[in-house]
Design a protein around this ligand. Structure first.
Ligand code: FAD
Length: 380
């Protein structure tokens, strides 16, 4: 496996680091406290062309490589996980179109996603269908020239600001229910966001419920064919999880750096915390976890970019390892900073709250373990 960064990718990593330190770091706590979608971050990312790292080159993207996307995601999440959702969710919402859209659908939406002019969301989860996605109850029925969609979605990132939501619904045809994907513009009559959640972390990223009440979409808004929704959502999440692993690595790195810097300055018993063997042991494990998470994430991105047959296993391993690492590293960061680590004045308190969701969304880590084991046994 070769996944060393090219000169261009290294330059992107440096540019992202500088941008995040200069513009976002001073306002990351404010983004968290604001509990709303940070429109100014979207504009900043538009100005610096960061949305382009989420899309294929032929539709306005930088190079279409998932490794480049991971470099950007890690760099952004290192400073502000909520800001990383502005980009990560764009990728998740756009991926079904990239994978299964007609040329016309792609030309209509992807260039606008690549500039950030339009925003996308991924509408899968429902109150009674989380890990068990086949339990969806949103339904689409044929109507004159299109489809009428009815249902309710919950926990959908940025559904209150998105221009387009990819909605997964069941169509009863061919003697059974078939999961099918539809492109639903959010200005269609019958689409209404009726709840924005108050959350433990990732507070600068809105998590929404919406209802679909007799929403009519034309035939050309169906993505793929009837019954192709399930492979579309599985393939999209296999990619999305690698990006989530990169975000997790970034959060862990941010907490590691902030807490280690503090330990060099904070003196107790006449010496800096950084000189104490008990603290060094913890920091050594944190450093190791961050580097291991990055290696596995980049390996998974390489597998994705090269269409390797074991990509699905790598995607699951990267997501579960990196997000578990983020939770452990951020918790340890709070610990080695003592009472100060627990205070909102320092960023590790926010980072620890932000890390938790990465073990849950895009397929919980318990479900990832099932996937990893299944894929591994199947490969023997
Ligand atoms: C902040 C946030 C943002 C989100 N954004 C989006 C989004 O943009 N789009 C979207 O569609 N969804 C989104 N989600 C939903 C998210 O993907 C789901 O919450 C997640 O898939 C888990 O589903 P659930 O919450 O219903 O938990 P459940 O499926 O009810 O799981 C509860 C517990 O049971 C365990 N469990 C369930 N089944 C099994 C099993 N077979 N074996 C072992 N353990 C099992 C789980 O691991 C978990 O610990 C978001 C959620 C959050 C919190």
């Amino acid at each position: 496996m070769e996944f060393a960064l090219s000169d261009e990718q290294q330059a992107i990593a440096k540019a992202v680091r500088d941008l995040m330190e200069g513009e976002i770091a001073p306002r990351a706590a404010e983004i968290d406290e604001g509990e709303k979608f940070p429109a100014w971050v979207r504009e900043l990312f538009q100005r610096y062309d960061l949305f382009a790292a989420m899309l294929p080159r032929e539709y306005g993207g930088i190079d279409g490589s998932l490794l480049t996307q991971c470099v950007v995601m890690e760099g952004v999440a290192r400073v502000c996980a909520s800001s990383s959702m502005v980009l990560g969710n764009q990728s998740l919402g756009a991926t079904p179109l990239v994978l299964a859209g007609s040329e016309e659908q792609k030309r209509r939406w992807l260039p606008a996603f690549a500039t950030g002019e339009k925003l996308a969301s991924f509408g899968l989860t429902e109150p009674n269908a989380g890990s068990d996605v086949k339990g969806l109850s949103t339904r689409a029925v044929r109507s004159e020239g299109g489809w009428i969609v009815n249902g309710r979605k919950c926990f959908i990132t940025h559904a209150n600001v998105a221009d387009l939501v990819v909605v997964f619904a069941k169509v009863h045809e061919g003697g059974g229910d078939q999961i099918t994907a539809f492109l639903v513009e959010t200005d269609r009559s019958g689409y209404e966001v009726d709840k924005i959640e108050h959350k433990m972390g990732l507070r600068g990223s809105t998590t929404c419920s919406f209802v679909l009440e007799d929403v009519w979409v034309p035939e050309e808004n169906m993505l793929g064919r009837v019954g192709e929704g399930f492979p579309i959502l599985v393939d999209s999440l296999n990619k999305g999880r690698i990006s989530v692993a990169a975000q997790s690595t970034g959060i862990a790195l941010g907490a590691l750096e902030a807490s280690a810097r503090y330990c060099k300055e904070r003196t107790q018993f006449g010496q800096p915390l950084a000189r104490m063997p008990a603290v060094q042991q913890i920091v050594a494990d944190m450093v190791t976890a961050v580097d291991a998470a990055r290696c596995l994430t980049w390996a998974a991105a390489y597998k994705y970019d090269t269409h390797a047959p074991d990509m699905v296993r790598y995607s699951g391993m990267a997501k579960l390892f990196a997000s578990d690492a983020a939770m452990k590293v951020t918790t340890d960061a709070v610990q080695i900073m003592g009472g100060y680590g627990y205070m909102a004045e320092y960023p590790v308190e926010r980072m620890m709250r932000d890390a938790k969701i990465f073990q849950i969304f895009e397929g919980t880590n318990q479900v990832q373990r099932l996937t990893v084991a299944r894929e591994f046994f199947a490969s023997l």
